[in-house]
Design a protein around this ligand. Sequence first.
Ligand code: PEP
Ligand code: MN
Length: 260
Amino acid sequence: MKVFENPSKKTTFKVKDTVIGEDFTFIAGPCSIESLDQIDKIGSKMKEMGVHILRGGAFKPRTSPYSFQGLGGTGLEYMSIVKEKYDIPIISELTSETQLELFQDVDIIQIGARNMQNYELLRAAGKLGKPVLLKRGYSSTIDEWLHAAEYIMSEGNEKVILCERGIRTFETSTRFQLDLTSIPALRQKTHLPIFVDPSHAAGNRDYVIPLAKAAAAVGCDGLIVEVHYNPLEALSDKDQTISYDQLEELMDEVNYIIKK
Ligand code: PEP
Ligand code: MN
């Protein structure tokens, strides 16, 4: 099925025990994998809290080349250990085709906002056949985003999740603007599952819970958020990283909204 076909025939697929597109899905974890101890602690806590999928970046597309770039392949090795130990699926961002063989244990391939129109990367992710979470480019229209998804699907891989993560506007008080309009608009155009990342849109931990609630109310299929046991010391995106207590509140509030 092509991306623009049959919007009423929702795509669903399984990642371990979770049916993406059907079960409301929580993805949470640190922006970056920082050490084995850090991802072990957070992985254990996410499992305990009922988070479905653990996130953690190993190859970080940072705005400055001098910012922490991630642990690369070593980070993914740490993620695999934690995946096994706590029996929790994992998601991590792929930034280059050259990294593909390191992603064998990764359950969902994340394509970041900055690479949304990296067509060779999209084709490579499509060929891999694993589920792909495709972030919206922050200067991309909904149709450009859907065409990017089609690049993955045209390789025979229909397991694509669209993830709204905020766009650039004239407003500078927040990191990006979370375009919640895209969720009902996408529902009319496509059958693909739609997730929301309130963390990167907000750039501020105090905005994450209200935005997550709004996203759930508008009908997204899941959320991806950045969490750390000590948000102030996270090596990347600390300003938007929430605490365990905040994640608990977020999940309680969202679970209440989606039950209604
Ligand atoms: C991320 O999820 O860590 C990330 C870099 O997100 P985005 O591509 O949306 O900026
Ligand atoms: Mn981040």
